[in-house]
Write a protein that binds this ligand. Structure first.
Ligand code: FES
Ligand SMILES: [Fe+2]
Length: 352
């Protein structure tokens, strides 16, 4: 696609919606790789922009603006013919690179040089499809467990949050809600954990916490009590991660084994707009015994739906990145640093 004049070739629809370069130049998950089959066109919405995703017969995934340059019809209402996208209005056909190859009303004419779709950069990795609407400034976030055979990988979601994407992320990196929102699973409402002080450092790949220790009566899909030690990271404004080291414990929270297991999660948010999001996660487990993937998904469904129910209630809906609008306690250090980090990056969309 490098021979296409992408920088100047902007759809008129790009004037609407998010204008924040930090987000436009970032990678965003728009679906699971398995969502996109050859032969169909899938509409997706990202940062108030309507896009299409389609997979050509060679297996490559393409993401374009949901717009035909001719008269602005939606390509998502069209279809695939001969491995090309057909616009539903006048039948113009576009090849993999987004070049118009046929104008049926003038089939003998070579389509004009400017008869192009509006393609965006796409990467398929970690079982997700990632899209960048601008000029990608960074590589995709890391997830080293993906290539590590010791880890069982399980995707779950999508979880549709009627909420701001950063609110979803701050909830993911917050440990003091466990005893209340996930009572009986990730904590005990009658005996909430006293959170010991922890630290957060800013690294080249984002924020990283020291271990946050909590007791979990049902720590994962194996269904047993564990002491859990969370290391939280924020890679991007809308991509976070934790690595949870666990040690077997008794029902009172006493560690009963020296061995540590590891449970990690890559947490991605597709910001549909400033107050609507789709969360998709990939867990990677190096635990003994391995639980059945369905059990991991069942548990994730419970946990993330509990999270969604509370996150949807938060006001203001757009996360405040100025700390004075809320009250921060030392136990919220990760969420506090996340706000300041967004502010430092110059994020303007979806925040107040
Ligand atoms: S609007 Fe697409 S072919 Fe005319
Ligand atoms: Fe939670």
């Amino acid at each position: 696609m490098s021979d296409l004049p992408t920088a100047q070739h902007r759809p008129i629809t790009a004037r609407d919606g998010c204008q924040d370069p930090v987000l436009l130049n970032d990678w965003h998950v728009v679906g699971y790789a398995s969502d996109f089959a050859v032969g169909s066109i899938y509409p997706v919405r990202l940062l108030e922009r309507d896009l299409i995703v389609w997979r050509s017969a060679d297996g490559k995934v393409h993401c374009w603006e949901d717009l035909c340059i001719h008269r602005g019809a939606r390509l998502s209402k069209g279809w695939i013919k001969n491995d090309q996208v057909v616009c539903p209005y006048h039948g113009w056909q576009y090849d993999h690179a987004g070049r118009c190859t046929l104008m049926p009303a003038a089939p003998d004419e070579k389509p004009m040089r400017k008869a192009l779709a509006f393609p965006y950069a796409v990467e398929e990795r970690y079982g997700f499809v990632w899209v960048c609407l601008g000029e990608a400034t960074d590589a995709l976030p890391p997830f080293s467990e993906w290539a590590d055979e010791r880890f069982l990988k399980v995707h779950s979601g999508p979880y549709v949050y009627d909420a701001n994407g950063y609110r979803a992320v701050e909830n993911f990196i917050d440990a003091s809600h466990f005893p209340f929102v996930h009572a009986g699973l990730n904590g005990r409402m009658e005996q909430p954990d006293r959170l010991k002080p922890y630290s957060v450092e800013e690294t080249a790949s984002g924020l990283c916490s020291s271990e946050v220790e909590v007791f979990q009566p049902v720590g994962d899909a194996r269904g047993q009590p564990v002491m859990a030690f969370y290391t939280y990271k924020t890679f991007r404004p809308l991509v976070a991660y934790f690595s949870k080291r666990t040690q077997k414990a008794d029902a009172q929270g006493n560690i009963v084994a020296d061995h540590s297991d590891t449970f990690t999660t890559l947490f991605t948010v597709q910001a549909i707009d400033a107050t609507h999001s789709i969360v998709r996660v990939c867990a990677a487990l190096d635990v003994q015994p391995y639980p059945a993937p369905e059990k991991v998904r069942e548990r994730a469904d419970i946990i993330y739906n509990q999270d969604r129910d509370i996150v949807e209630t938060q006001r203001p809906e757009r996360i405040p990145t100025e700390l004075r609008y809320e009250l921060h306690h030392r136990t919220d250090l990760m969420g506090q640093r996340y706000r300041s980090w967004l502010r430092g990056k110059g994020v303007t969309y979806g925040v107040i």
